[in-house]
Design a protein around this ligand. Sequence first.
Ligand SMILES: Cc1cc2nc3c(=O)[nH]c(=O)nc-3n(C[C@H](O)[C@H](O)[C@H](O)COP(=O)(O)OP(=O)(O)OC[C@H]3O[C@@H](n4cnc5c(N)ncnc54)[C@H](O)[C@@H]3O)c2cc1C
Length: 432
Amino acid sequence: MTRFVPHPRLLDSPRHRYWPAYPTPVTRNRQELPPNSAEVVIVGAGPAGLAVAAALWHVGVRDVVLVDRDGRPAGRFLERIDLLDQRVLRSPYEHHPGVEGYRDCELRDFARMHWGLLTPVERNEIRMSQAGHRSVVPVDVFAAYCQHTAELHEVPHRLWRGVVRALDVTEDRVTVRGDGFAIEAGQVVLCQGEERRAAPAEWWSGARPAGVGYWDEPVPDGVEAQVVVGAGLTAAHLVRNALAAGGRVAWVLRAESERYQCSDVNASFFRAEGRARFDGRSGPVPWADRLALMARERRASVMFEFRPSFEAAEGDGRLTVHRGAGVRSVSGGGVELAGGRRVGGDHVSLALGTVPSIGTGLLPDELVGARDGWPDLDERTLAYRRAPGVFAAGAAACMVLGPAARNLDGHRVATARVAQTVAARIRRVAHV
Ligand SMILES: Cc1cc2nc3c(=O)[nH]c(=O)nc-3n(C[C@H](O)[C@H](O)[C@H](O)COP(=O)(O)OP(=O)(O)OC[C@H]3O[C@@H](n4cnc5c(N)ncnc54)[C@H](O)[C@@H]3O)c2cc1C
């Protein structure tokens, strides 16, 4: 039997190399506010919004406006990743924010075109991918590819920095309202991604104690003993960074043990047979079954590559792992576990996962139709059933496409459904 031995050096992939820029085919629009009308508005320019914009470009829909809080393609994603000093993506080369079914340069081709910029370990990952094995993508390659995809499909020209606050839906139009702007749109695609999960209210009373931070906030300098709460890849990066800086770490896990695995969900959910367990392509799937499957599949885990260094650090006492440890309360000086045990440290970092943004706050609750935290979406088109001119791509589509909807690969699947529907609706309106 072949034993899979992951390469820990993958985790040190360099960041911020020089990547040749491609000529921008259009003049960038320097207006501060977006135009007041568009055929399609995309809210969010993360990997999902980028994929939707690229797909719409291919189906001939060009009157598109993207509005994003950060204002750069994949900006928040890369910001979060860089804050954690995450150097490789978890998803393999075949998962990329491109467009299904069109002859664009795919992520692996893009990496091969820049072979001379890659390290030997990174080149080997491409060979692994070509041979059909699991392969790991450098964040540097991914960032350059996002920029390439954006330029190729004229996204910088259509992207405005701004925060969307509300969608007013009428029978045939949607007004997208933000700070100081309003855009009349035929259709809107929500690609808002996920927000960090907040700590339970009972962990502290009043304002968050000093010395307690979340994973998407910088860890202050000079921390020697850090407590990390959470069991996922984000927590693993915090642990690794603290150890690399010469610190000591107490890692608090609710589960009985940490889970090391390649991908964050079972690989079948990246394929049609996995998605069929949600979207009912092979017969209706009861909501309760989908909900149970989602709870089972969205469990935190860590890439295999972390195991050697974590085991070594635990062996020599720099890392203490508190397994099966529920948190009762959190303060600046550490955490108290359910049994009353105290775990002390100079700083507590909370990495409790993320919560999908499902349109709540932008659309009235009765149009979101939320059930158990998930929006009421049409399975074929990903349109909100109660607001057919509004669509969702990304994590919000999990109860239709399964847990992989929140991954890059899921964005491509969502994009294919949304772009075809949006284009067909535009053609229909044009013929009326
Ligand atoms: C640290 C980390 C590592 C990850 N690694 C991987 C990985 O390797 N592979 C993988 O497949 N997935 C990974 N994920 C999951 C990942 O978040 C998604 O695949 C990807 O970022 C989701 O893309 P998105 O466009 O849906 O969301 P985002 O990247 O979050 O983009 C959404 C954008 O919408 C903006 N926005 C939201 N609401 C509004 C509003 N009202 N007005 C204006 N703008 C708004 C946000 O500010 C943001 O810029 C990772 C997640 C994290 C946190």
